[in-house]
Write a protein that binds this ligand. Sequence first.
Ligand code: CA
Length: 231
Amino acid sequence: MIPDMTVLLIEDAPEIRRFLRTTLSPYGYRLYEATSGADGLAQASARNPDIILLDLGLPDMNGTAVIENIRAWSNMPIIVLSARDQEQVKVQAFDLGADDYVTKPFGVDELLARMRVALRHANRPIGDAVEPVCTFGDVTVDLGRRQVFVSGTEVHLTPIEYKLLTTLVRYAGKVVTHRQLLKEVWGPLHIEEAHYLRVYMRQLRNKIEADPAQPRHLVTELGVGYRLRAE
Ligand code: CA
């Protein structure tokens, strides 16, 4: 139970608001509800919630406009509630600074897990990005020594592979879009070169995944980007 966490839900569909109202309160989240983008923006600044759950298809504006507006003044975590057919909008949402998304219809456990990750990232002091040594499954990444081990054996990564892995480690649990990865690993002039990413992701999976065809940790978020699953 996480006491005293406030959630602002910006969603016009009454059945989803009702569903979240009944499911979130037993976990100690206090829910505020807004049914339009304008109302959502007003409540976001008035209530300063711990986290925002945002529908992208709002009656008065696109949810991406809400993200853009909030990101101009706040880093509060934003989880997008998206319909399956909104891939382009979803990518745009991440590029504007959304933290994560769940696809409708979603389960409570999945949503709660995503909320915990987003809140953990939000509470991390600025500059203190990650632990110097990060372990997930059989993989250990020692950021201080720039070494990567799989089942205790050191694996040699190229500088690009290493940068790709550590970028995902830095955002562990969160989706990182193709554009974000290309920008951070190859630089802002290469954000359109999606094929770089496919090639290096394949190499990286071959080196650290037990079954590269069914990756456990370097997970594809179809049409959006990649996510490091750290558990
Ligand atoms: Ca809607």
